[in-house]
Design a protein around this ligand. Structure first.
Ligand code: GLU
Length: 473
Protein backbone atom coordinates (compact mmCIF):
# COMPACT_ATOMS: atom_id res chain seq x y z
CA UNK A 1 0.00 0.00 0.00
CA UNK A 2 1.37 3.38 -0.87
CA UNK A 3 1.90 5.97 1.83
CA UNK A 4 -0.93 8.45 2.48
CA UNK A 5 -0.35 11.81 0.87
CA UNK A 6 0.34 14.53 3.40
CA UNK A 7 1.24 17.99 2.17
CA UNK A 8 1.91 21.08 4.20
CA UNK A 9 1.79 24.80 3.78
CA UNK A 10 4.52 26.37 5.89
CA UNK A 11 4.27 30.15 5.77
CA UNK A 12 6.32 32.57 7.83
CA UNK A 13 3.93 35.20 9.19
CA UNK A 14 4.40 38.52 7.43
CA UNK A 15 1.10 40.20 8.24
CA UNK A 16 -0.78 38.94 5.21
CA UNK A 17 -1.09 35.99 2.85
CA UNK A 18 0.63 37.18 -0.29
CA UNK A 19 -0.37 36.01 -3.72
CA UNK A 20 2.63 33.69 -4.13
CA UNK A 21 1.95 32.06 -0.77
CA UNK A 22 -1.70 31.67 -1.69
CA UNK A 23 -0.72 29.82 -4.85
CA UNK A 24 1.67 27.53 -2.93
CA UNK A 25 -1.10 26.80 -0.43
CA UNK A 26 -3.52 26.11 -3.29
CA UNK A 27 -1.20 23.59 -4.95
CA UNK A 28 -0.62 21.81 -1.65
CA UNK A 29 -4.34 21.77 -0.98
CA UNK A 30 -5.37 20.64 -4.46
CA UNK A 31 -2.79 17.89 -4.53
CA UNK A 32 -3.87 16.58 -1.13
CA UNK A 33 -7.50 16.64 -2.31
CA UNK A 34 -6.56 14.91 -5.54
CA UNK A 35 -4.81 12.09 -3.71
CA UNK A 36 -7.39 11.72 -0.96
CA UNK A 37 -4.78 12.94 1.50
CA UNK A 38 -4.56 15.96 3.74
CA UNK A 39 -2.85 19.30 3.97
CA UNK A 40 -1.30 20.41 7.24
CA UNK A 41 -0.51 23.96 8.23
CA UNK A 42 2.71 24.86 9.93
CA UNK A 43 3.39 28.40 10.99
CA UNK A 44 7.11 29.09 10.74
CA UNK A 45 7.08 31.51 13.59
CA UNK A 46 10.66 31.33 14.79
CA UNK A 47 11.20 35.02 14.05
CA UNK A 48 9.56 36.23 17.24
CA UNK A 49 9.49 39.88 16.23
CA UNK A 50 7.35 39.27 13.18
CA UNK A 51 5.29 36.39 14.47
CA UNK A 52 2.60 38.35 16.22
CA UNK A 53 -0.90 37.00 16.69
CA UNK A 54 -2.37 39.51 14.19
CA UNK A 55 0.21 38.38 11.61
CA UNK A 56 -0.75 34.74 12.15
CA UNK A 57 -4.47 35.58 12.08
CA UNK A 58 -4.01 37.38 8.77
CA UNK A 59 -2.61 34.17 7.28
CA UNK A 60 -5.41 32.04 8.61
CA UNK A 61 -8.03 34.55 7.41
CA UNK A 62 -6.51 34.60 3.93
CA UNK A 63 -6.55 30.81 3.69
CA UNK A 64 -10.08 30.56 5.04
CA UNK A 65 -11.34 33.17 2.61
CA UNK A 66 -9.77 31.23 -0.26
CA UNK A 67 -11.49 28.10 0.99
CA UNK A 68 -8.22 26.25 1.56
CA UNK A 69 -8.73 24.26 4.70
CA UNK A 70 -6.09 22.36 6.59
CA UNK A 71 -6.27 19.33 8.81
CA UNK A 72 -6.07 19.77 12.58
CA UNK A 73 -4.64 22.75 14.44
CA UNK A 74 -1.91 24.89 12.89
CA UNK A 75 1.46 23.73 14.15
CA UNK A 76 3.81 26.29 15.65
CA UNK A 77 7.41 25.72 14.61
CA UNK A 78 8.66 27.80 17.53
CA UNK A 79 6.72 25.54 19.89
CA UNK A 80 8.82 22.59 18.72
CA UNK A 81 12.24 24.08 19.49
CA UNK A 82 13.00 21.51 22.21
CA UNK A 83 12.43 18.68 19.75
CA UNK A 84 14.71 20.34 17.18
CA UNK A 85 17.47 20.67 19.78
CA UNK A 86 17.02 17.04 20.80
CA UNK A 87 17.61 15.92 17.23
CA UNK A 88 20.68 18.14 16.88
CA UNK A 89 22.22 16.52 19.97
CA UNK A 90 21.26 13.09 18.70
CA UNK A 91 23.17 13.86 15.49
CA UNK A 92 26.23 14.85 17.52
CA UNK A 93 26.08 11.60 19.46
CA UNK A 94 25.79 9.61 16.26
CA UNK A 95 28.84 11.40 14.85
CA UNK A 96 26.90 13.17 12.08
CA UNK A 97 27.21 16.60 13.61
CA UNK A 98 29.67 18.34 15.86
CA UNK A 99 30.10 21.25 18.19
CA UNK A 100 31.94 24.19 16.76
CA UNK A 101 33.55 26.76 19.04
CA UNK A 102 34.79 29.18 16.41
CA UNK A 103 34.24 32.74 17.53
CA UNK A 104 32.50 35.29 15.29
CA UNK A 105 35.89 36.97 14.72
CA UNK A 106 37.44 33.69 13.69
CA UNK A 107 34.59 33.04 11.28
CA UNK A 108 34.84 36.41 9.61
CA UNK A 109 38.62 35.98 9.27
CA UNK A 110 37.98 32.59 7.69
CA UNK A 111 35.58 34.15 5.20
CA UNK A 112 38.01 36.92 4.33
CA UNK A 113 40.86 34.50 3.77
CA UNK A 114 38.67 32.33 1.54
CA UNK A 115 37.64 35.37 -0.43
CA UNK A 116 41.24 36.49 -0.79
CA UNK A 117 42.12 33.04 -2.12
CA UNK A 118 39.29 33.31 -4.63
CA UNK A 119 37.21 30.62 -2.91
CA UNK A 120 33.58 30.84 -1.81
CA UNK A 121 33.35 32.05 1.80
CA UNK A 122 32.66 28.76 3.51
CA UNK A 123 33.26 27.39 6.98
CA UNK A 124 36.42 25.29 6.69
CA UNK A 125 35.39 22.45 8.96
CA UNK A 126 38.11 23.14 11.56
CA UNK A 127 36.08 21.62 14.44
CA UNK A 128 34.83 18.71 12.39
CA UNK A 129 37.39 16.20 13.58
CA UNK A 130 38.74 17.87 16.67
CA UNK A 131 38.55 16.08 19.96
CA UNK A 132 35.81 17.46 22.22
CA UNK A 133 38.43 17.70 25.00
CA UNK A 134 39.95 20.61 23.08
CA UNK A 135 36.79 22.65 23.61
CA UNK A 136 37.56 26.06 25.08
CA UNK A 137 35.84 26.91 28.33
CA UNK A 138 33.09 29.43 28.70
CA UNK A 139 32.01 29.35 25.07
CA UNK A 140 28.62 28.01 24.02
CA UNK A 141 29.17 26.12 20.80
CA UNK A 142 26.95 25.95 17.74
CA UNK A 143 26.20 22.54 16.25
CA UNK A 144 27.16 21.95 12.64
CA UNK A 145 26.16 19.09 10.41
CA UNK A 146 28.90 17.00 8.84
CA UNK A 147 28.16 17.46 5.19
CA UNK A 148 29.62 14.47 3.31
CA UNK A 149 32.81 15.50 1.53
CA UNK A 150 33.29 15.50 -2.22
CA UNK A 151 30.05 13.96 -3.17
CA UNK A 152 26.80 14.92 -4.79
CA UNK A 153 23.38 15.57 -3.37
CA UNK A 154 20.62 14.93 -5.84
CA UNK A 155 17.26 16.62 -5.57
CA UNK A 156 14.72 14.59 -7.54
CA UNK A 157 12.13 17.22 -8.16
CA UNK A 158 8.70 16.89 -9.80
CA UNK A 159 9.10 20.28 -11.44
CA UNK A 160 12.82 20.89 -11.74
CA UNK A 161 13.75 17.34 -12.60
CA UNK A 162 17.03 15.97 -11.30
CA UNK A 163 19.10 18.75 -9.73
CA UNK A 164 22.61 17.89 -8.65
CA UNK A 165 24.50 19.80 -5.96
CA UNK A 166 28.16 19.28 -5.19
CA UNK A 167 28.65 19.07 -1.42
CA UNK A 168 31.71 21.30 -1.68
CA UNK A 169 29.30 24.15 -2.13
CA UNK A 170 27.19 23.31 0.89
CA UNK A 171 29.75 23.33 3.77
CA UNK A 172 29.11 22.24 7.35
CA UNK A 173 26.22 24.55 8.04
CA UNK A 174 24.86 25.33 11.48
CA UNK A 175 21.82 23.36 12.65
CA UNK A 176 21.67 24.56 16.25
CA UNK A 177 22.72 28.04 17.37
CA UNK A 178 24.79 28.67 20.47
CA UNK A 179 21.67 29.75 22.37
CA UNK A 180 20.19 26.32 21.67
CA UNK A 181 17.69 27.51 19.06
CA UNK A 182 17.42 25.56 15.82
CA UNK A 183 18.21 27.02 12.43
CA UNK A 184 15.53 27.04 9.78
CA UNK A 185 17.25 24.18 7.94
CA UNK A 186 16.98 21.80 10.89
CA UNK A 187 13.52 22.88 12.01
CA UNK A 188 12.00 22.26 8.57
CA UNK A 189 13.43 18.76 8.29
CA UNK A 190 12.43 17.68 11.80
CA UNK A 191 8.96 19.14 11.43
CA UNK A 192 8.32 17.64 8.01
CA UNK A 193 9.47 14.27 9.28
CA UNK A 194 7.43 14.38 12.47
CA UNK A 195 4.38 15.59 10.58
CA UNK A 196 4.87 12.66 8.20
CA UNK A 197 4.85 14.98 5.23
CA UNK A 198 4.98 12.94 2.03
CA UNK A 199 5.20 15.83 -0.45
CA UNK A 200 6.90 19.19 -0.12
CA UNK A 201 5.46 21.69 -2.57
CA UNK A 202 6.96 25.18 -2.28
CA UNK A 203 8.62 28.01 -4.18
CA UNK A 204 11.80 27.30 -6.10
CA UNK A 205 13.63 29.86 -3.99
CA UNK A 206 13.95 26.90 -1.60
CA UNK A 207 15.71 24.60 -4.05
CA UNK A 208 19.21 25.08 -2.60
CA UNK A 209 17.74 24.65 0.87
CA UNK A 210 16.39 21.33 -0.34
CA UNK A 211 19.95 20.09 -0.94
CA UNK A 212 21.00 21.12 2.58
CA UNK A 213 17.88 19.54 4.03
CA UNK A 214 18.65 16.30 2.24
CA UNK A 215 22.06 16.27 3.97
CA UNK A 216 20.16 16.31 7.29
CA UNK A 217 17.67 13.65 6.15
CA UNK A 218 20.50 11.38 5.14
CA UNK A 219 22.38 11.92 8.41
CA UNK A 220 19.24 10.92 10.28
CA UNK A 221 18.50 8.00 8.00
CA UNK A 222 15.08 9.47 7.30
CA UNK A 223 13.25 9.12 4.02
CA UNK A 224 13.28 12.29 1.95
CA UNK A 225 9.76 13.44 1.01
CA UNK A 226 8.87 13.94 -2.63
CA UNK A 227 9.56 17.47 -3.73
CA UNK A 228 8.07 19.96 -6.15
CA UNK A 229 9.71 23.38 -6.30
CA UNK A 230 7.46 25.70 -8.22
CA UNK A 231 8.80 28.70 -10.14
CA UNK A 232 8.00 32.05 -8.60
CA UNK A 233 5.39 34.37 -10.02
CA UNK A 234 6.64 37.21 -12.17
CA UNK A 235 4.95 40.35 -13.39
CA UNK A 236 3.60 40.57 -16.95
CA UNK A 237 6.89 42.21 -17.96
CA UNK A 238 8.88 39.22 -16.72
CA UNK A 239 10.35 41.10 -13.75
CA UNK A 240 10.00 39.86 -10.20
CA UNK A 241 6.46 40.39 -8.95
CA UNK A 242 6.09 43.73 -7.19
CA UNK A 243 3.19 45.62 -5.66
CA UNK A 244 2.72 47.41 -8.97
CA UNK A 245 2.07 44.04 -10.63
CA UNK A 246 -0.42 42.84 -8.08
CA UNK A 247 1.83 41.34 -5.41
CA UNK A 248 -0.69 42.13 -2.76
CA UNK A 249 -2.15 40.18 0.08
CA UNK A 250 -5.24 38.15 -0.73
CA UNK A 251 -7.17 40.46 1.60
CA UNK A 252 -6.55 43.24 -0.94
CA UNK A 253 -8.17 41.11 -3.64
CA UNK A 254 -11.12 40.42 -1.38
CA UNK A 255 -11.54 44.16 -0.86
CA UNK A 256 -11.27 44.82 -4.59
CA UNK A 257 -14.20 42.48 -5.09
CA UNK A 258 -12.69 39.24 -6.30
CA UNK A 259 -14.46 35.98 -5.57
CA UNK A 260 -12.56 33.16 -3.86
CA UNK A 261 -13.53 30.62 -6.55
CA UNK A 262 -12.25 32.95 -9.28
CA UNK A 263 -9.01 33.46 -7.36
CA UNK A 264 -8.56 29.70 -7.03
CA UNK A 265 -9.14 29.27 -10.74
CA UNK A 266 -6.74 32.03 -11.68
CA UNK A 267 -4.02 31.08 -9.19
CA UNK A 268 -4.09 27.49 -10.41
CA UNK A 269 -3.31 28.72 -13.90
CA UNK A 270 -0.19 30.45 -12.61
CA UNK A 271 2.18 27.60 -13.13
CA UNK A 272 -0.19 24.78 -13.95
CA UNK A 273 -2.19 23.95 -17.04
CA UNK A 274 -4.66 21.35 -18.13
CA UNK A 275 -4.65 21.57 -21.91
CA UNK A 276 -6.07 24.89 -22.99
CA UNK A 277 -8.58 25.12 -20.18
CA UNK A 278 -8.69 28.58 -18.64
CA UNK A 279 -11.90 28.31 -16.70
CA UNK A 280 -12.67 25.30 -14.56
CA UNK A 281 -14.41 24.50 -11.33
CA UNK A 282 -12.52 23.63 -8.19
CA UNK A 283 -13.80 20.06 -8.59
CA UNK A 284 -12.31 19.85 -12.07
CA UNK A 285 -9.06 21.29 -10.80
CA UNK A 286 -8.90 18.57 -8.16
CA UNK A 287 -9.73 15.91 -10.70
CA UNK A 288 -7.10 17.08 -13.20
CA UNK A 289 -4.27 18.23 -10.94
CA UNK A 290 -0.91 16.58 -11.37
CA UNK A 291 2.43 17.62 -9.90
CA UNK A 292 4.23 16.58 -13.04
CA UNK A 293 2.15 19.04 -15.06
CA UNK A 294 3.51 22.03 -13.15
CA UNK A 295 5.42 24.40 -15.41
CA UNK A 296 9.13 24.86 -15.12
CA UNK A 297 9.08 28.42 -16.41
CA UNK A 298 8.08 31.39 -14.27
CA UNK A 299 4.39 32.21 -14.31
CA UNK A 300 3.33 35.71 -15.29
CA UNK A 301 0.73 37.50 -13.31
CA UNK A 302 -1.87 39.11 -15.54
CA UNK A 303 -4.34 41.36 -13.81
CA UNK A 304 -6.62 41.67 -16.85
CA UNK A 305 -6.95 37.90 -17.07
CA UNK A 306 -7.79 37.65 -13.40
CA UNK A 307 -10.43 40.33 -13.86
CA UNK A 308 -11.97 38.51 -16.83
CA UNK A 309 -12.14 35.25 -14.95
CA UNK A 310 -13.68 37.04 -12.00
CA UNK A 311 -16.29 38.53 -14.34
CA UNK A 312 -17.21 35.04 -15.50
CA UNK A 313 -17.62 33.85 -11.93
CA UNK A 314 -19.74 36.87 -11.05
CA UNK A 315 -21.97 36.13 -14.02
CA UNK A 316 -22.43 32.53 -12.94
CA UNK A 317 -22.88 33.20 -9.23
CA UNK A 318 -26.18 32.66 -7.40
CA UNK A 319 -27.75 36.09 -6.72
CA UNK A 320 -28.37 35.26 -3.06
CA UNK A 321 -24.74 34.37 -2.46
CA UNK A 322 -23.55 37.35 -4.42
CA UNK A 323 -25.82 39.67 -2.48
CA UNK A 324 -24.24 38.53 0.78
CA UNK A 325 -20.76 39.11 -0.65
CA UNK A 326 -21.80 42.60 -1.80
CA UNK A 327 -23.00 43.38 1.70
CA UNK A 328 -19.81 42.11 3.35
CA UNK A 329 -17.60 43.88 0.82
CA UNK A 330 -19.43 47.19 1.23
CA UNK A 331 -18.98 46.95 4.99
CA UNK A 332 -15.36 45.91 4.73
CA UNK A 333 -14.35 48.74 2.42
CA UNK A 334 -16.36 51.13 4.60
CA UNK A 335 -18.84 52.12 1.96
CA UNK A 336 -21.44 52.72 4.62
CA UNK A 337 -24.02 54.24 2.29
CA UNK A 338 -23.84 51.22 0.02
CA UNK A 339 -23.98 48.84 2.93
CA UNK A 340 -27.14 50.48 4.23
CA UNK A 341 -28.67 50.86 0.79
CA UNK A 342 -28.07 47.24 -0.13
CA UNK A 343 -29.24 46.08 3.27
CA UNK A 344 -32.52 47.98 3.04
CA UNK A 345 -33.32 46.84 -0.50
CA UNK A 346 -32.62 43.13 -0.49
CA UNK A 347 -35.52 42.07 -2.69
CA UNK A 348 -34.95 44.76 -5.30
CA UNK A 349 -31.23 44.08 -5.45
CA UNK A 350 -31.89 40.36 -5.86
CA UNK A 351 -34.37 41.07 -8.64
CA UNK A 352 -31.85 43.34 -10.40
CA UNK A 353 -28.83 41.08 -10.03
CA UNK A 354 -29.32 38.78 -13.03
CA UNK A 355 -29.29 41.90 -15.17
CA UNK A 356 -26.30 43.44 -13.40
CA UNK A 357 -24.10 40.35 -13.18
CA UNK A 358 -22.98 40.23 -16.82
CA UNK A 359 -21.97 43.89 -16.62
CA UNK A 360 -19.53 43.66 -13.69
CA UNK A 361 -16.06 42.20 -13.35
CA UNK A 362 -15.70 42.77 -9.64
CA UNK A 363 -18.03 42.94 -6.68
CA UNK A 364 -17.20 46.64 -6.30
CA UNK A 365 -18.35 47.27 -9.86
CA UNK A 366 -21.48 45.31 -9.07
CA UNK A 367 -22.16 47.54 -6.08
CA UNK A 368 -21.67 50.61 -8.27
CA UNK A 369 -24.16 49.21 -10.76
CA UNK A 370 -26.70 48.55 -8.02
CA UNK A 371 -26.47 52.04 -6.60
CA UNK A 372 -29.36 53.35 -8.71
CA UNK A 373 -31.67 51.18 -6.61
CA UNK A 374 -31.05 53.05 -3.38
CA UNK A 375 -29.60 56.34 -4.62
CA UNK A 376 -31.24 59.27 -2.88
CA UNK A 377 -32.85 62.14 -4.74
CA UNK A 378 -31.92 64.39 -6.32
CA UNK A 379 -29.58 61.92 -8.00
CA UNK A 380 -25.95 62.67 -8.55
CA UNK A 381 -25.49 62.67 -12.31
CA UNK A 382 -22.08 61.64 -13.60
CA UNK A 383 -20.34 63.62 -16.33
CA UNK A 384 -21.25 61.31 -19.20
CA UNK A 385 -24.87 61.16 -18.14
CA UNK A 386 -25.02 64.93 -17.66
CA UNK A 387 -24.00 65.38 -21.30
CA UNK A 388 -27.17 63.55 -22.31
CA UNK A 389 -29.41 65.91 -20.37
CA UNK A 390 -29.75 68.89 -22.71
CA UNK A 391 -32.60 71.38 -22.94
CA UNK A 392 -34.08 69.30 -25.75
CA UNK A 393 -33.91 65.99 -23.97
CA UNK A 394 -35.23 67.52 -20.73
CA UNK A 395 -38.20 68.80 -22.70
CA UNK A 396 -38.67 65.31 -24.08
CA UNK A 397 -38.51 63.89 -20.55
CA UNK A 398 -41.31 66.27 -19.56
CA UNK A 399 -43.47 64.75 -22.29
CA UNK A 400 -42.46 61.25 -21.21
CA UNK A 401 -43.59 62.07 -17.68
CA UNK A 402 -47.07 62.64 -19.04
CA UNK A 403 -46.95 59.35 -20.92
CA UNK A 404 -45.82 57.40 -17.90
CA UNK A 405 -48.48 58.85 -15.68
CA UNK A 406 -50.97 57.35 -18.10
CA UNK A 407 -49.50 53.83 -17.86
CA UNK A 408 -51.96 51.85 -15.81
CA UNK A 409 -50.14 48.60 -15.20
CA UNK A 410 -46.52 49.27 -14.06
CA UNK A 411 -44.83 46.42 -15.90
CA UNK A 412 -41.90 46.16 -18.31
CA UNK A 413 -44.27 45.11 -21.12
CA UNK A 414 -46.67 48.00 -20.60
CA UNK A 415 -43.94 50.62 -20.25
CA UNK A 416 -42.06 49.21 -23.21
CA UNK A 417 -45.17 49.39 -25.42
CA UNK A 418 -45.93 52.95 -24.36
CA UNK A 419 -42.35 54.14 -24.92
CA UNK A 420 -42.09 52.48 -28.32
CA UNK A 421 -45.28 54.18 -29.43
CA UNK A 422 -43.91 57.48 -28.13
CA UNK A 423 -40.63 57.07 -30.03
CA UNK A 424 -42.41 56.02 -33.21
CA UNK A 425 -44.77 58.99 -33.10
CA UNK A 426 -41.73 61.28 -32.96
CA UNK A 427 -39.78 59.24 -35.46
CA UNK A 428 -37.05 58.66 -32.93
CA UNK A 429 -35.01 55.55 -32.44
CA UNK A 430 -35.76 53.92 -29.09
CA UNK A 431 -32.18 54.59 -27.95
CA UNK A 432 -32.72 58.33 -28.30
CA UNK A 433 -35.48 58.01 -25.75
CA UNK A 434 -33.83 55.44 -23.53
CA UNK A 435 -30.47 57.16 -23.05
CA UNK A 436 -31.72 60.43 -21.51
CA UNK A 437 -34.15 58.37 -19.45
CA UNK A 438 -31.24 56.29 -18.16
CA UNK A 439 -29.26 59.42 -17.35
CA UNK A 440 -32.15 60.88 -15.38
CA UNK A 441 -33.15 57.68 -13.60
CA UNK A 442 -29.73 56.26 -12.72
CA UNK A 443 -27.33 59.20 -13.09
CA UNK A 444 -25.23 57.03 -15.40
CA UNK A 445 -24.92 55.83 -18.95
CA UNK A 446 -24.72 52.15 -18.02
CA UNK A 447 -27.53 50.28 -16.31
CA UNK A 448 -29.82 47.34 -16.88
CA UNK A 449 -32.61 47.80 -19.43
CA UNK A 450 -34.21 51.13 -18.62
CA UNK A 451 -37.76 49.75 -18.42
CA UNK A 452 -36.49 47.13 -15.97
CA UNK A 453 -34.96 49.96 -13.96
CA UNK A 454 -38.34 51.70 -13.85
CA UNK A 455 -40.05 48.60 -12.57
CA UNK A 456 -37.29 47.94 -10.03
CA UNK A 457 -37.45 51.41 -8.48
CA UNK A 458 -41.24 51.65 -8.86
CA UNK A 459 -43.60 54.18 -10.38
CA UNK A 460 -43.41 56.79 -7.68
CA UNK A 461 -39.62 56.95 -7.62
CA UNK A 462 -39.48 56.93 -11.44
CA UNK A 463 -41.80 59.92 -11.67
CA UNK A 464 -39.93 61.72 -8.89
CA UNK A 465 -36.48 61.21 -10.43
CA UNK A 466 -37.72 62.33 -13.84
CA UNK A 467 -39.41 65.40 -12.36
CA UNK A 468 -36.13 66.36 -10.67
CA UNK A 469 -34.46 66.57 -14.09
CA UNK A 470 -37.38 68.15 -15.90
CA UNK A 471 -37.57 70.97 -13.35
CA UNK A 472 -33.98 71.88 -14.07
CA UNK A 473 -34.72 72.95 -17.64
N1 GLU B 1 8.56 29.38 5.65
C1 GLU B 1 9.05 29.30 4.32
C2 GLU B 1 8.53 30.46 3.50
O1 GLU B 1 7.58 31.11 3.91
C3 GLU B 1 8.63 28.03 3.62
C4 GLU B 1 9.42 26.87 4.03
C5 GLU B 1 9.08 25.60 3.32
O2 GLU B 1 8.04 25.53 2.63
O3 GLU B 1 9.83 24.65 3.48
O4 GLU B 1 9.09 30.74 2.47
Amino acid sequence: MSKPVITRFAPSPTGYLHIGGARTALFNWVYAQRMGGKMLLRIEDTDRERSTQPAVDALLDGLSWLGLDWEGDPISQFGRAARHAEIAHQLVEAGHAYKCYSSPEELSRMREEARAAGKPPRYDGRWRDRDPSEAPEGIDPVIRIKTPLSTEIVVEDHVQGKVVFNTENLDDFVILRSDGSPTYMLAVVVDDHDMQVSHIIRGDDHLTNAARQIVIYQALGWEVPEMAHIPLIHGPDGAKLSKRHGALGVDAYRKMGYLPAAMRNYLARLGWAHGDDEVFTTEQMIEWFDLDALNKGAARFDFAKLENINGLYIREAEPEALYEIMLTTAREVERTGDHEGLGANRETVLAALPDLQPRAKTVLQLIDLAQFIYATRPLEIDVKAAALLTDDTRAMLADILGELEAVTEWSVTAIDARMRAFAEARELKLGKVAQPLRAALTGRTVSPGIFEVMVLIGREETIARLSDQVKKS
